[in-house]
Every structure is written in C-alpha cells, then in structure tokens.
Design a binder for this molecule. Structure first.
Ligand code: GDP
Ligand code: MG
Ligand code: ZN
Length: 367
C-alpha cells in the first residue's frame, strides 16, 4: 500500500515509527494494511484506509481484542491482515492520546489521537458549570486541548451571563455559537485545520451532531480533491435522529470530527493531574495557607476558607473540587485493573511526549 495516501487521515511519523521492517515490507506487498478506526457499533468495526475516499471497510476483530472498548476506539490506527475477502485487525498502534472514562468499573476508551476536544454545552437550562469542570478535568488528564463551545445562543438574551461563568474556568478556548446562525460558526475556524481530529463531547441534545453537520460544508472550501465521508445516523424508537455510536467524519475541508453519543454520567479515571489543572486557582490558594498540611476545614490562616468567606472562591467550585477528588480516589481503588492500564499508558506517554512535541512543531510549520 502507498502509506502517503493516509496523510489526510492524519497519519504521520509518530505512527510510522511503530512499524518494524518486517511489517513495513508486508505493508508494501499489501499483505498487511493500515486503517484508522472510523466507527464501532456493537461488534461491527469500520475503518478508513488508503482507498478512504471511497468509503469505510468493515474490519474483523479477533477474540484477544475483546471487549473492544478496552483495547481500541474510534480514531485509533490499526494494522490489519488480509484473509480472503476480509481484513482482520492484528495490531493496534499506540495512540498519541486517548479519551477515556470509567464505566461499570472498567476503563472505557471513547476516542483516540485527538487534536482538540470540543466540550459542547447549550445556552439554556441544560447549562451546568460543574459538568464542564468534569469534562475539562478529563481533557487535561488526557492531554487534549479543550475548547468550550457554548451552542444555541439563539435561545438566550443573556449570552454574556453564560460566558462570564465559562470564563471563570481554567480554559483558554471558548466560542459562542448557534447552528442556526452560520456566521457565528466562524469563531471556530481557528480550530478547523485540515487533518486536525476533533472529538465532540457533551450531554445529549446540546447540538453536537448538528454542529458537525453545520461544519460539514460551512468552512471555506479549499482547493482539494478530498471526498467527504457522510455521517451515518440511525433512527431511534421515537423516530428522532440520534447518534448511537462514535464515528469519524471528514468534512469537505479535511477536518476530522469524532461525534459521540451523549454521556449521561461522566466518571473520571485516575485523573489527579486533570483535576489539578482544572482547579489550578484552588491549588494556588492552598499553597498560601499558613500550615502546609492545611485541610481547609477550620485551620487559622487558611486562604481557601478566607477566599470562600470573601466570595472570591465560589462555593460550587470548591465543592466540586472536593467531590471530584473523592470520586477519583474511590474510582482508582475500585478499578485496579483499569488503574494499572492507565499507569502503563502514562509511562508510555512520557516516553513519546517529546516526539509529539517535535511532530506538532513540524506540523505547525507546515500549516
Ligand atoms: N435553537 C437551537 N437548536 C439547536 C441548535 N443546535 C442544535 N439544535 C437542536 O437541538 C436538538 C439536539 O441536537 P443534536 O445535534 O441531536 O444534539 P446532540 O445530542 O448533542 O448530538 C435538535 O433538535 C437540534 O435541531 C442551536 O444552535 N439552536
Ligand atoms: Mg448526537
Ligand atoms: Zn487551607
């Protein structure tokens, strides 16, 4: 296979260096092929390969990669072997990052190899600042740059009220949009880079799928021969369109989106680092407490208590911090297997971190 045809799917040196000489030869003779996982729906796995503009290919998954959600997810790169008319996954390449959560005491992968995490919320009663903090902690923990997207601004007269709340969070990227007002979507252009992979997360009904649809053709067309791959959605029992599985969609400009179904409950998995970054204001305050082992309960000279009393530190923010820490410690204990997997991933991440940075720099220079 001609590996360079995978570049529009964000294939790069980081993945190439994971293939040894023997594998590389088999790739060239088409004995082995590379695919990026584009959809997982129950046991059906689909991938985009070198002939990707023509559509997805169904991939077979051997027993030792089951349950699938613990081994790979949409956005991952796999090497598959040709068996008669089928392709069977035989190796999953290490991801540069993976979005994961805890589900039924097990590590569940949600999306991999991401450049941005669009945390979508809506400017109505569904808005929940604590939920945003939870998503932010997940993004920081997984080392994926978060972008908070406040959608449905057409429904409110008080966009600033929502924005003020979001600005109190530890996040640099923020956009206020409405799918019904195409011009507002231009505020997202900065992130819509060809070959960038963007995962959409947020509660059900906030407009994730609508946004992907709207961004499908909205962005300025660039001269390219890229063929779009349209999203497949299924009707649910109520006859309403709803996203039932995660899938990778490429828009006309070459941006890769991973749409995900709404998560009812997001449980973090061993996310101390992510929590630290999300609540860095509290961390800084706590460093100023009189006693280094201050528990911020009754101690004199406690900066946290003073900030709470003075109204500088919002109570919900402090309470959510305590809650997430407690939950995280509990989850880490109750999911030892998942925890070990995570540690392994972390060690590996450190090793490849420098490579990633180098790659990002090159990519930035190219674009
Ligand atoms: N008023 C308004 N409705 C929207 C907007 N974006 C999406 N919707 C509606 O919100 C509902 C849920 O959207 P959907 O994209 O399925 O949400 P998802 O569950 O997050 O994927 C649909 O009825 C959309 O038409 C918006 O910007 N403004
Ligand atoms: Mg959806
Ligand atoms: Zn204190």
């Amino acid at each position: 296979m001609n590996i360079s045809t995978l570049q529009p799917l964000d294939w790069n040196h980081f993945f190439l260096q994971q293939t040894d000489t023997q594998t590389f030869e088999k790739l060239q003779s088409n004995e082995l092929l590379i695919f990026r996982i584009s959809a997982i729906h129950r046991s059906v796995i689909k991938g985009l390969g070198s002939n990707w503009p023509e559509g997805e290919v169904e991939l077979l998954c051997p027993e030792y990669f089951q349950p699938i959600s613990e081994f790979f997810c949409v956005g991952d790169w796999v090497i598959a072997e040709r068996t008669n008319e089928h392709f069977r996954i035989f190796k999953v390449l290490e991801a540069k990052n993976q979005l994961e959560r805890l589900s039924n005491h097990k590590r569940q992968l949600m999306a991999a190899n991401l450049d941005y995490l669009f945390i979508v919320t809506s400017a109505n009663s569904n808005f929940n600042i604590k939920r945003l903090e939870r998503y932010l902690a997940m993004a920081y923990e997984c080392q994926i740059e978060p972008v908070i997207v406040l959608n449905k601004i057409d429904l409110t007269d008080n966009v600033d009220g929502f924005l003020d709340q979001i600005r109190s969070l530890s996040v640099h990227n923020l956009a206020a949009v409405s799918v019904l007002e195409p011009d507002s979507l231009l505020s997202l252009s900065h992130f819509l880079i060809p070959t960038a992979t963007i995962a959409m997360v947020g509660s059900s009904g906030v407009g994730k799928s609508s946004l992907v649809d709207a961004l499908f053709t909205h962005v300025q067309k660039k001269q390219s021969d890229i063929q779009p791959v349209r999203e497949i959605r299924e009707d649910d029992d109520k006859g309403k369109h709803t996203t039932t599985s995660r899938q990778l969609i490429i828009n006309e400009q070459g941006v890769l989106f991973i749409d995900t179904p709404g998560i009812r409950e997001l449980q973090l998995l061993n996310a101390q680092e992510g929590i630290k970054q999300t609540f860095d204001d509290i961390i800084r305050l706590a460093q100023e407490c009189k006693f280094t082992n201050c528990t911020h309960q009754t101690e004199p000279g406690c900066q946290v208590l003073q900030a709470l009393e003075g109204g500088i530190l919002p109570l919900y923010h402090w309470q959510n911090h305590q809650k997430l820490l407690k939950e995280d410690a509990f989850n880490a204990r109750s999911a030892q297997g998942a925890y070990a997997q995570k540690q392994h991933q972390k060690t590996f991440s450190k090793k490849i971190f420098r490579e990633q940075m180098k790659y990002r720099e090159n990519k930035g220079n190219k674009k």
